[in-house]
Design a protein around this ligand. Structure first.
Ligand code: ADP
Length: 217
């Protein structure tokens, strides 16, 4: 996945916020990259643009060599379903479906049938007992992990995740991290927005973002 000179502005009356100011990055197969920056620095906006859930005002995104930006919503959705797993801060689960059915739905949308991974992913994310729970019955941290399980169930080539290990204990975080690293070894590229020092210390690269701009150390 590659981003070329992304700009994103938000307007509120006369106020303009430059949430992204010329962000370029490349995420290679097999790489785990941690995106770190203070609240409001543009992490969520960047992930949304990379996933094609949001459109940049300038620049573009390519997924597996195919342009994602400024294509019809149906084309973006198809590209996303086939190649990208995404965990945003909220809105990752269908409220009327259980955790397991959310995972099955994601699998069928992506065209991948990886039935055997459901039990494994529920185990890795510490949600075996919540398999039949509805999203409203989950805590914030459980909902984030369920969103991660959904994102991974389609076996994506690229995983984009906003704080997947917020509110989890150290053992579960380590388990999730090990699983992500295993997936990386099979070629998945991972970009994680996180404040977790543990996660950052295991990443192949760190990207720092400040005021909508990647800081190169
Ligand atoms: P982070 O994920 O790092 O906390 P965000 O991408 O959410 O940062 O936000 C980047 C900047 O854009 C912040 O200044 C935020 O207030 C602003 N912003 C984000 N979403 C909107 C929106 N929908 N409307 C107006 N401003 C927004």
């Amino acid at each position: 996945m590659e981003a070329f000179d992304l700009y994103r502005f938000y307007h509120n009356g006369d106020d303009e916020t430059a949430a992204l100011r010329g962000v370029s990055l490349r995420l290679r197969a097999g790489e785990l990259v941690a995106l770190m920056g203070p609240s409001g620095s543009g992490k969520s906006t960047l992930l949304a643009c990379l996933a094609g859930l949001d459109e940049p005002d300038g620049g573009h995104v390519e997924v597996m060599g195919l342009r994602m930006s400024r294509r019809p919503e149906a084309a973006r959705a198809a590209l996303r379903a086939r190649h990208v797993g995404i965990l945003m801060q909220s809105g990752n689960l269908f409220e009327h479906l259980t955790v397991e059915v959310n995972m099955r739905l994601q699998m069928s949308l992506s065209g991948h049938s990886t039935q055997r991974t459901i039990d494994h992913l529920l185990d890795v994310t510490g949600l075996s007992r919540q398999r039949h729970a509805h999203p409203s019955q989950l805590s914030g941290g459980e909902a984030a992990r369920a969103g991660l399980a959904v994102a991974l169930s389609s076996n994506p080539r690229v995983l984009l995740a906003d704080e997947p290990t917020a509110e989890v204990d150290g053992v579960t975080e380590a388990g999730i991290l090990n699983h992500l690293m295993e997936r990386c070894r099979t070629g998945m590229a991972v970009l994680i927005a996180t404040h977790s020092k543990v996660l950052a210390s295991r990443a192949d690269h760190l990207l720092s973002i400040r005021d909508g701009d990647i800081i190169h150390a």
